[in-house]
Design a protein around this ligand. Sequence first.
Ligand code: B3K
Ligand code: ZN
Length: 874
Amino acid sequence: GQVIRLSDYRPPAFRIRHVDMRFSLNDGHTDVETVMEMERAPDTDAAEPLVLDGDALTLIALDCNGVAIGAERFEATPDRLTIRDLPPSGPFTLRIATRLTPETNTELMGLYRSNGVWCTQCEAEGFRRITYFLDRPDVLATYRVRIEADREAAPILLSNGNPGEHGDLDGGRHYAVWDDPHPKPSYLFALVAGRLDVLTDTFETQSGRDVDLAIYTEPGLADRAAYAMDALKRSMVWDERRFGREYDLDVFNIVAISDFNMGAMENKGLNVFNHKYVLLAPDTATDGDYAGVETVIAHEYFHNWTGNRITCRDWFQLCLKEGLTVYRDQEFSADERSRTVKRIGSVHGLKAQQFPEDQGPLQHPVRPRQYREINNFYTATVYEKGSELVRMLATILGEAGFRAGMDLYFARHDGDAATIEDFLTCFAEATGTDLSQFALWYDQAGTPELYVTEHFEAGRLTLSLRQSLARGAAGTGIEPMHIPVRFGLVGPDGTDLAAEPTAGTAEVEGDVIHLVTAEAEVVFSELAERPRVSILRDFSAPVTLRHEQAYEDRLVLARLDPNGFGRWRALTDLVGEALRAASMAGAGRPALDPRLIEAVVACAAEERLEPALRALMIALPGEAEIARLVGSNVDPEAIHQAREGAIGAVATAGAETFRRVRDGLERSSGNFSPDAASAGRRALSNALLMYLSAADGTPALAAEAFRAADNMTDRMAAATILAHRFAETPEASEALDRFYADYAHDPLVLDKWFTLRATVPSDATLDTVRDLAAHPKFSMANPNRARALIGGFATGNPRVFHQKDGAGYRWTAERLGELDRLNPQTAARLATAFRSWRSFEPVRQEQARAALSALASRPELSRDLRDILDRTLS
Ligand code: B3K
Ligand code: ZN
């Protein structure tokens, strides 16, 4: 495939000011007529032909200013339309007619049908599957869209912007017109038509404008959108208060769709969602699902300013909208829920998803410099690390400085297709700060290592910091970066000392050390006694911390660091390192030091910690996380055994405490509430149930909890314990059968059942997944179902996916080959499960390489999957 480079960026040679579209939707085919008001960009060659993007298109008609363009003046292929001899100057009108078959569109890009509903997905390059266009984000136009369809088949007709006229047509058909006054790039175009139910509400903006809110669902499900609607209104309030951003249309519509390649899409005024991120009921959704809906609703809404009003100049700038919008949704969740718990969750996600990407063959900078398939760059690096960069900016500039920079960005670039340079310039100007070194974060790939050593003598503490960045797969630079290091010096009573630095080579501002050189020192004097150094608090920079710190000090911090995040980190790092050592030493070695076990157990009972935080403190790092800590020559079987041993040890030591704490937790009694505090109590209770079941060694407790569960969180937790820890007991099969019988009709719950069965860490699971792939309820065409089974297995079952004979790899690779023929984007995404294959021991490496090579040798692979495979194998 062709390589697209940032350095090749050229502004478009033509402009499209306004687009008028007519869609005639019919069973089996859709006719599209697009009328574009265009002109040449100033300073471009008057002889230059117009080259429009297409993808699998059929041209039906083409004219300019109302006159058909002769065959000698244009050339149309499925993926390109080239037109010569267009007017050398001044405006002109181009009319293009295309005919589509959304019914056969299994890629789910462009216009397709999901359960009969017509819907679109255009980001990144789907609009070119609807009509020939300058399908690039720096071409902004206003749109008017007229949709015609059978009234029975599609009573609801939606597009971007505000509703215009609508009415009846002959033959049982009707039409509706939509006007979007805000110039937008084509990737934000959307159309939805079908039989849909709706939940409505209203919102009054801070300046007193009324907005009609609507969430559309498949028939009979609108009541399940109530929490999403609540989250939407809270998001609208939050963006006004925190960033002064108000909504700008008369309506805000959301549609929940069953077949969707990702989470959701921020189309202007018409967000389209995977129904997983809209539909909730206590009986079908877990607390995690509720939190996910809140996050995604907020994220897409926040895009209205960071993404839509200010969009990206080109796709290399994707983090401009994604990193910033993730930062905004994380801040929203932190404000709405618990800041510490939210931060721990985000850091956990960063380490689980972004660190492996940044440390393996798929490594790329937050702003990539080249790509072959842009859809493969909607990554944890662009999103999650991109968000961390914005967070560092806020840490470096302080709250007021950060807000001043954001205000300037909104004021200066509203209506623009902007770049990272534009963004950073606003912060530099608003605060008088030189951000040129900070900008390296966007261009240098890889996770920097931060080494910290301490020296204490005669009341003087010297902290030495050093940073280093290895040259990795992306081949980018290794210059020292600006690393903000938040810290605290913890006294013996568990409070922070108010110590000011007295010497050193690094600048310190409040509780932040600014490390801007490869090495620096900070000195604190006249300390009455040696403090415990709590470093990189709140994970103030996305680095790997290598702190040479006494084991005793770390145990103390795990008990009394006043910074909740610091405490969690101290404890989980100790546990993680112990599990790493035990995994590397092989069987027979006890994984955990009794004092560490005691520290874990004590957290469960610590009343001053909120239950959600206690649940996080007592959870042992997962097997994938331990594999990452081991780093090379990984043996997943040894990791599994080490971790199981540690669970057993904690369970035995803590049984009494755990039982007492669990009995004392206020249980929900029919009155389910999804609020953060209630969810936290359920999280703790279920974490304890896992340990108590392990201590008991029988499925009895979990079977009882499964029967008693009155909400999906508790039901799922109990079912997971039964399926994963007591596989092959009658209690486990009974629960799985019951679960299936109760929920076979509910696709979102059935996805959980597929994943639950695919993640059982036992030898029989490979046969299970083979059976599940042939199950009548399995479908490769539905991305959620494919992800539930294939993704669940490949990323959620390290022991069996990585089994030594390579059968897990081969099964997965074969399924990806099948999926690729239907849906390349989803296949490519799932293939990233192989990204860390080189970190395993040699036998598994060879098995993974063989499975990947067999897949890569197929001649008919999509560009999406080929790109991932080539980079993974390189
Ligand atoms: N912007 C979309 C993602 C589009 C992915 C295209 N492959 C959702 C989001 O980040 O909000
Ligand atoms: Zn986004």
